[in-house]
Ligand binder design. Structure first.
Ligand code: NI
Length: 155
């Protein structure tokens, strides 16, 4: 396992759409293991593959005492509303409030290629939405309450 370099806001890569995973192979295992190590090293609650420079639809989420790996995730149901503070490892030094669903059901594949579905609330739901947005080139600062206050470091 290895800690990979985080891609920061301002890098065009973060605005690209990630491609579906087709091969559930050793490279995917390695990517997932590295993503987990990288997330832990940075005290994150979630990470999308694009944040370590890989444009594939792979995310990990660790919230509410659950750790999940979601390959080709698809949010199939959202319920309720929740407003809370969010941050992103790719947007250092900024936090802001974002409105998200309170409960989310997501369909995905595990690292072995088996389909599954999981439902989670509050932070888990928030993290899933945030990470799935990354796969479509969307950052939370695009939709947060005080987005006009965001200034990229060195900008
Ligand atoms: Ni993020």
């Amino acid at each position: 396992m290895a800690i990979r370099k985080i891609v920061y806001e301002g890098d065009e890569l973060l605005r690209k759409k990630s491609k579906p995973v087709k091969d559930f192979d050793d490279d995917l295992d390695e990517l997932l293991d590295d993503m987990r190590e990288t997330m832990h090293a940075n005290d994150g609650m979630g990470l999308a593959a694009v944040q370590v420079g890989v444009l594939r639809r792979v995310v990990i989420v660790e919230a509410n005492g659950m750790f999940v790996e979601l390959i080709n995730p698809e949010i199939v149901k959202v319920e309720g509303e929740d407003i809370d503070t969010e941050g992103c490892l790719s947007v250092p030094g900024f936090n802001d409030k974002v409105k998200r669903p309170y409960r989310v059901t997501v369909k995905a594949f595990d690292r072995y290629g088996y389909p599954f579905e999981i439902t989670g609330e509050k932070y888990f739901a928030r993290c899933v939405c945030h990470e799935v947005d990354h796969l479509d080139g969307v950052l939370y600062i695009d939709k947060s309450e005080n987005k006009s206050k965001y200034k990229r470091k060195g900008k």
